[in-house]
Design a protein around this ligand. Structure first.
Ligand SMILES: [Zn+2]
Length: 95
């Protein structure tokens, strides 16, 4: 399959690693396994999405106390999700 075809100058798709997301706190990319997803529900509330598959707008954060604290202080999740993050969300993020 495509054996005789030389590698040409055409690069069909830009390399986009699968499962790489950006932490909203430190803006570094990481695999989904090291991040926790938060999702904005249709009613506007933000909740932790442990399945990583809940529908809605999502944001990612390292499972790291420094990033969690950073996101909380900078309101990075609020800005990313355009929603209010309730106080009850934060304890659920701690590793
Ligand atoms: Zn981070």
């Amino acid at each position: 399959m495509g054996k005789a075809r030389p590698e040409g100058s055409r690069n069909p798709a830009p390399p986009r690693p699968v499962g790489i997301r950006t932490c909203v706190a430190c803006r570094q990319e990481a695999g989904q396994r090291t991040l926790v997803r938060l999702v904005r529900r249709p009613d506007g509330a933000v909740q932790v999405d442990l399945t990583g598959r809940a529908p809605g707008r999502g944001a990612y954060l390292h499972r790291d106390p420094a990033c969690i604290e950073n996101a909380r202080r900078k309101r990075a999740l609020e800005r990313s999700l355009h929603a209010t993050v309730g106080d009850e969300v934060w304890p659920q993020l701690s590793p």
